[in-house]
Design a protein around this ligand. Structure first.
Ligand SMILES: [Zn+2]
Length: 254
C-alpha cells in the first residue's frame, strides 16, 4: 500500500516537470514563430494578436504543473504515516495553489501586460531600419511621407483603417513602405507629426442639457514621443440627439 502511494506521488512530480517543459515549449514556440517572420508589419500583427493568447496558454499549463508538483512534494514530505483521506486533502491543496498561480498570471497578463506589449510593438515598428546598401533609413513623418503615398493610401490613413510608414535611404533614394492595420483611431501628434496619437481616456466635463451642448475632454498620448494632448469635443444637446435619431430613422426606413 505504502509503495503504491509513493509511486503515485513520484509520478505526480514527474508529470509536474513534464507540464513545466510543455509550458516552456509554448513560449519558445511562440517566440520562434515571431522571430522567423520577415517583415516587421507581420511581426507587429502576430505579436499584437497572439502574444497574450500564447502567454495565457503557457500560464494555464504552468498552473497544472504547479498543482502536480505541490501535491507530490507535500505528500512526500508528510511521509507514509498519514491516512488516505489526508492525501486527498493534500491533492485539494495542490489544486488550489495551482489554480491560484494560474489565475494570478492571467490577471497580470490581462491588466498589466498590455502596457508592456505596447512598448514591444512600438519597438518592432520603429526600431532602426537599414537599407540594402547598409545605410540607416529615415522614417518620414506625416507631412514628409505624403508625396510618397498614393491618393488611396492617404485616404485609408484619413479613414483610420490603415497607417503607412515610409522609410527612406537619403543617400540612395531606396524606399520601403510598411502598412499597419490600425483598429484603433490614431491621430497625428502635434509634437512629432507621426500618426501615433492614441486615445487614453475621456471625461465628461459638462453633461448636455436640453438645449445647451455638453463638453467632453478626450485625453490622448503619443505612442511615439510620449506627448500628451487633450482635445475638447462637444456633446450634442438632448434636443439635438433626438433630432439626429429621428433623421437616422427616416433615412433607414426609406
Ligand atoms: Zn508624438
Amino acid at each position: 500500500m505504502e509503495n503504491v502511494v509513493i509511486n503515485w506521488l513520484n509520478l505526480s512530480i514527474i508529470l509536474g516537470w513534464f507540464f513545466l517543459g510543455y509550458s516552456a515549449l509554448i513560449l519558445i514556440g511562440y517566440h520562434y514563430q515571431l522571430k522567423i517572420l520577415k517583415r516587421r508589419t507581420e511581426q507587429y500583427q502576430f505579436a499584437s494578436e497572439k502574444e497574450i493568447v500564447f502567454y495565457e496558454r503557457a500560464a494555464n499549463i504552468f498552473g497544472v504543473s504547479t498543482a502536480l508538483t505541490t501535491f507530490g512534494l507535500i505528500g512526500k514530505a508528510l511521509g507514509s504515516s498519514i491516512e488516505m483521506y489526508q492525501y486527498i486533502f493534500v491533492l485539494f491543496i495542490g489544486a488550489i495553489i495551482g489554480l491560484g498561480v494560474g489565475y494570478a498570471i492571467k490577471i497580470y497578463l490581462d491588466y498589466y501586460y498590455p502596457f508592456i506589449l505596447e512598448k514591444r510593438l512600438h519597438h518592432i515598428r520603429f526600431r532602426p531600419m537599414k537599407s540594402d546598401s547598409g545605410n540607416d533609413m529615415k522614417l518620414l513623418n506625416e507631412t514628409e511621407e505624403d508625396i510618397h503615398l498614393t491618393a488611396e493610401m492617404i485616404d485609408e490613413e484619413n479613414e483610420f483603417s490603415s497607417d503607412y510608414d515610409v522609410w527612406l535611404d537619403e543617400k540612395t533614394g531606396e524606399k520601403v513602405i510598411e502598412k499597419y492595420d490600425t483598429h484603433f483611431h490614431t491621430l497625428i501628434c502635434e509634437e512629432c507629426n507621426f500618426r501615433t496619437l492614441i486615445e487614453k481616456n475621456e471625461e465628461t466635463v459638462k453633461e448636455p442639457g436640453i438645449v445647451e451642448e455638453g463638453l467632453l475632454k478626450k485625453h490622448y498620448e503619443c505612442s511615439y514621443c510620449g506627448h500628451k494632448q487633450t482635445i475638447n469635443a462637444k456633446l450634442p444637446s438632448l434636443e439635438k440627439t433626438i433630432e439626429i435619431r429621428q433623421n437616422l430613422e427616416k433615412t433607414n426606413s426609406h
